[in-house]
Design a protein around this ligand. Structure first.
Ligand SMILES: Cc1ncc(COP(=O)(O)O)c(C=O)c1O
Length: 305
């Protein structure tokens, strides 16, 4: 089903399957748009942590064995927003098997998969089970302004989503659908465009991580293999919410970790997007960020993130 961005797909899926109070598993930290949707649906959120290989599926499994019965599990399995990490292949298989065994729906929210730096998008969780709703988007590979996304999933779910979508906006703009379809159907153009995009974002990511290593040596930085984001972990005396205005005064922005927090404050973390600017701008941004950090006022220590 084509939707008005994948954000609408997420909202419609939540409205189709969640009753108020339904248990929903989210990643911690989580994509803010997903948190907003599930909170609006009145869901009870159960955060599961992430490590460098994506969602800790073993933690989820232990909670399921302890009695948790979620209606759905949301995951940004590839090039996570905000953590930048990717769910390992064996965890994808395990998550799909758990969905079959415990009867929940996986929402595989995948706007970044095509931005694999090596040109090989990971095999989706949906390849391992029919209990997966997969969301895709033109936003990160063509333009967010098109507002074209898509959803694939079990037919009874897509039928329910279709009825809800008619209530919401009748249909996604046929003008922007036609533009998107034309661009995607022009295979030689689209393939060359994707190659250029991946090369550009990979090189910007390399510039970003190198600049962080040089300018902010005591800050932990995730090493992305695709997508648009790096997750920074600052030393315990840095509070990224109070650092933000100072960074903005130096002309550089980021999203404080607290914006993605489910039940931990994440005050020492920040999501940085390296994708929108060329390498020299990215490098300069890190220099300014380091300047803002060095000029901060001393703060009380926060809990580790
Ligand atoms: C994980 C994730 N899902 C969904 C979206 C929504 O994208 P769109 O509605 O533009 O397709 C975003 C946008 O940032 C995102 O990061």
């Amino acid at each position: 089903m084509v939707t008005s961005g994948s954000q609408q797909a997420l909202d419609l899926v939540a409205r189709a399957v969640l009753d108020p109070g339904a248990d929903v598993v989210v990643e911690d930290p989580a994509y803010v748009g997903a948190l907003q949707v599930f909170q609006a649906a009145g869901a009870a959120l159960h955060p599961v942590p992430l490590d460098d290989d994506g969602m800790c599926v073993d933690v989820l499994e232990r909670r399921l064995h302890a009695g948790l019965r979620p209606r759905l599990v949301h995951t940004v399995a590839s090039f996570h927003n905000p953590r930048g990490v990717t769910l390992a292949p064996e965890r994808r298989v395990r998550l799909a098997a758990l969905a079959e065994r415990f009867g929940f729906l996986v929402v595989e929210d995948d706007p970044y998969g095509l931005l694999a730096f090596d040109g090989a998008p990971p095999l989706p969780v949906a390849a391992h089970s029919d209990r997966v709703v997969r969301l895709g988007s033109a936003s990160k590979v063509l333009a967010p302004a098109l507002r074209v996304g898509w959803l694939t999933g079990p037919p009874e779910l897509t039928a329910a989503v279709e009825r809800l979508k008619q209530c919401t906006d009748l249909c996604t703009s046929s003008l922007t659908q036609a533009v998107t379809a034309d661009l995607l159907a022009d295979t030689p153009w689209f393939d060359a465009h994707l190659r250029a995009l991946r090369t550009a974002v990979a090189s910007r990511a390399a510039a970003f991580t190198a600049a962080v290593a040089e300018r902010l040596p005591d800050v932990g930085c995730s090493i992305p293999t695709g997508g648009m984001f790096c997750w920074l972990r600052f030393p315990p005396d840095v509070d990224t919410e109070s650092l933000l205005p100072r960074a903005l005064a130096h002309g550089v922005g980021f999203v404080p970790g607290a914006a993605f927090a489910v039940d931990r404050p994440l005050r020492g973390a920040a999501r940085c997007c390296f994708a929108s600017h060329p390498e020299d701008v990215v490098t300069e941004a890190v220099r300014r960020l380091a300047l803002a950090v060095s000029r901060r006022a001393p703060r009380a220590l926060h809990a580790a993130t």
